[in-house]
Structure formats: structure tokens, C-alpha cells
Write a protein that binds this ligand. Structure first.
Ligand SMILES: Cc1ncc(C[n+]2csc(CCOP(=O)(O)OP(=O)(O)O)c2C)c(N)n1
Length: 375
């Protein structure tokens, strides 16, 4: 199905506002929404999926119109709280349409972080009292119309409805293309971090291509990746994992490598970490103003920097760098002074098309990491 057709049908339901967090399964849908450019729909990329539910509630309260909330199924956890304790028909009864990218569908090869989430995706909507339909590449416009008319019935009862989208549902069409204007290539930034920090630190990296690039670069430089903990799922939680390690052993140096989209998703971690101020933690944010790993959709904070927030939260040092040389210098200083530091590197949207994926299971990586940590 063409994403444009999907949007055309959505428009007929009266929905005018679309909010969510991007996903690779929904890439063509996200591109079509961006290309709409605000003509038919107001569109917002929110900090996390739960925030999109909040926005949808506000729009409904103000206009009486349901919103469309889109997400990867990994984000279901983030919607459950506002869905169960606010939007549910036993509470306020606020309708909205979820469009959910289904990673880890049983029987379809996917990454380990999607395995369990993929298995329980439909069950989670059942438990949340949300009716749903699954669509795939065979779904016709007529069938979609029926699905959306069922959604409208649910809306009338103050309930939500979910359209669960299988991989490959949306046909390739015009992509939304943009540049952020930054020059440092993310992979090069990661190489610099590895060269300086890997031999004597433990690295906790965020969800998406940052972890995949780090894994490959570490193997290329050192022939191993035992000192890397890859936060393959749980987007936005890498910094708290890093903090958990930093507080457990103050003698060990921890480097968290975050993405800007991930940092934004659970920005409360900045406040907590800044308040705790662990001297053995360096928090690096690779800011490309986008969710590059899933199709480069700009984040809801695109074009802004994170160091001012970090400073306001109590990070002792926070600096934004643009070049490899500046990154090297900032890292060397941060590691020397042993005070909580943030280094934000502004990086381009470039990524290699032939980027690999971790070869072992997540559990094997975890065991190897713990062995390296305890030695
Ligand atoms: C809770 C949750 N929502 C959405 C996703 C899908 N997802 C995986 S990586 C990613 C983008 C990460 O963006 P950022 O942290 O800025 O790093 P970048 O890819 O730009 O390097 C998204 C949205 C996810 N894994 N988990």
C-alpha cells in the first residue's frame, strides 16, 4: 500500500493531527507525513510515545477530534501509563488511533531486542482494551477503509483503536530528504571515543546504529567488544544504565554514548544524573538532530543543543563540539578532571549502507561484558 493512500483514508476519519516517534517499519508513512508539510495534518515528533498520547488527549479535549499516534511496538511500554490511567474508557474515555510498526513478528527474522516485544504486541493491545487490525502488503484500500470505519465505531464509545503494521506493508515512494548541516561523521566520532576510552573505561551505548557502529569499530580497532554494553532496546535508558554502573564502583570510568533522540526520550535522566554528579561518568551525546537509525526523521528538539540543559541540571562541565579534533580534546579533558561531564558532538546524518549487526546473542554480550567488568 502507498503511504499516501493510507493518509488519504485517515483524513476521511476526521483526524487532523499526527504525533509519534518514528520507526523503520513506518518509514514511508513518516516520510509521507513530513512531505505533507502541514497541508492536511499537523505533525509532531514527540519526545516519547507516551507524550504523543498526552498530546492526543489535549487535542481531543480542545477540538473533539481524535489524533493519530504512531510508534514502533518497542514504544508500547511508553504509552501504557497514559493509556491505562487516563485515556481508557473507565477513566476519561479518549479516542485515538494508534499506528504501530510491528518489529519482531513471530516467524519473521529480526533483531533480538524485538523478539519478546514482537510476540506480545497484539496481546498488549488486547489487555489494554484496545481493538486492533493487522495490515500487510496485501491489504487493499477498501479493506483499510473497513478497518478505519471499525476504528470510528470504537471512537464513538470513547475507546482507542490500533492498526498494527507488518514489515513491508508500505511501498517505496518519494523519501523525505534533508541535511542537518553538521560535518563530523558519527562513525568517526565513535572511533575517536573508542581510541581514547576503550582501553581503560566501560562504554554504555544507546539504541540504534550508534551501538552497531561502535561494535564494528571496536572489533576493527581492538579485535573485541567486551567493554561495550549495547543498550539494544529500551531507547533512552542508556544513561541510567551507565549511572547504575558508575555508582556501583567509583573507581571504574564509565562513558555513556547517547543519541539526541534517545536522550530526549527520557530527559529526566539528565536531572537525576546531574543531581547525583558521579565523577566517574562522561556522558556523550551524538546529536544529529534526528532519529537517524529509523529513517532520519527530525526529533522534536531538532536544531537545539543539550549542553545548556546538562549544565542547568548540575553537570559540572558541558561542551558542544563540531569537529573530530574538538571531540578528542574535550574527551581528554573530561577524562583527566574526573568530574561529571557532558560532551555533545554535532554529527551528520551519514551512515554506511553495509553496516553490520552484533553477531552474538544479547545474553552472550552481557556475559562477556560482566566478565570484562569484573576482571
Ligand atoms: C521506545 C522506542 N521507541 C522507538 C524506537 C525505534 N528507534 C530505534 S533507534 C531510534 C532512533 C534513535 O535516535 P537517536 O537516539 O537520535 O540516534 P540516531 O539514530 O540518530 O543516531 C528509534 C526511534 C525504539 N527502539 N524504542
Amino acid at each position: 500500500m502507498k503511504a499516501d493512500i493510507f493518509l488519504e483514508e485517515v483524513k476521511k476519519t476526521g483526524i487532523r493531527t499526527i504525533a509519534g516517534v518514528p520507526d523503520s517499519t513506518l518509514k514511508q508513512f513518516c516520510d509521507a507525513v513530513r512531505l505533507d508539510g502541514g497541508k492536511e495534518f499537523c505533525h509532531y515528533v514527540t519526545a516519547n510515545e507516551g507524550a504523543a498520547v498526552g498530546l492526543a488527549m489535549g487535542e481531543y479535549l480542545a477540538s473533539g477530534r481524535p489524533c493519530l499516534v504512531y510508534l514502533q511496538n518497542s514504544g508500547i511500554g511508553n504509552i501504557i501509563n497514559p493509556l491505562a490511567s487516563l485515556a481508557n474508557r473507565e477513566v476519561y474515555g479518549i479516542p485515538m488511533l494508534f499506528v504501530v510498526g510491528w518489529r519482531g513478528e513471530p516467524g519473521v527474522k529480526d533483531e533480538p531486542q524485538h523478539s519478546y516485544q514482537g510476540k506480545v504486541t497484539c496481546e498488549l493491545f488486547r489487555v489494554m482494551d484496545v481493538s486492533y487490525a493487522v495490515i500487510d502488503r496485501e491489504t487493499t484500500q477498501e479493506q483499510l477503509r473497513e478497518v478505519l470505519s471499525e476504528a470510528a465505531v470504537q471512537f464513538g464509545e470513547g475507546r482507542q483503536y490500533a492498526v498494527i503494521v507488518k514489515k513491508g506493508t508500505f511501498e517505496a515512494q518519494e523519501a523525505y530528504v534533508w541535511e542537518n548541516g553538521y560535518e563530523l561523521i558519527r562513525e568517526q566520532a565513535l572511533k575517536i571515543i573508542l581510541e581514547q576510552a576503550y582501553p581503560d573505561s566501560f562504554l554504555v551505548s544507546t539504541t540504534g546504529k550508534i551501538s552497531r557502529e561502535l561494535y564494528e569499530q571496536s572489533d576493527a580497532l581492538y579485535g573485541n567488544h567486551g567493554r561495550l554494553f549495547l543498550t539494544v532496546g529500551g531507547m533512552g535508558h542508556a544513561s541510567m544504565i551507565a549511572y547504575g554502573m558508575a555508582q556501583a564502583d567509583r573507581e571504574k570510568q564509565i562513558v555513556c554514548i547517547d543519541g539526541d533522540g534517545a536522550a530526549l526520550m527520557h530527559l529526566g535522566a539528565f536531572a537525576f544524573i546531574g543531581r547525583q554528579s558521579p565523577e566517574n561518568l562522561v556522558h556523550v551525546v551524538l546529536n544529529n538532530a534526528a532519529h537517524e537509525s529509523v529513517g532520519s526523521m527530525p526529533t522534536g528538539f531538532s536544531g537545539r543543543t543539550y549542553t545548556g540543559i546538562a549544565k542547568a541540571c548540575g553537570y559540572k562541565h558541558a561542551v558542544t563540539v563540531h569537529t573530530g579534533g574538538q571531540l578528542e580534546e574535550a574527551l581528554a579533558q573530561a577524562r583527566q578532571r574526573r568530574e561529571l561531564s557532558m560532551i555533545e558532538a554535532l554529527v551528520s546524518l551519514d551512515a554506511r549502507a553495509d553496516l553490520g549487526r552484533p553477531k552474538e546473542s544479547a545474553k552472550e554480550n552481557r556475559i562477556r561484558f560482566m566478565e570484562a567488568y569484573q576482571n
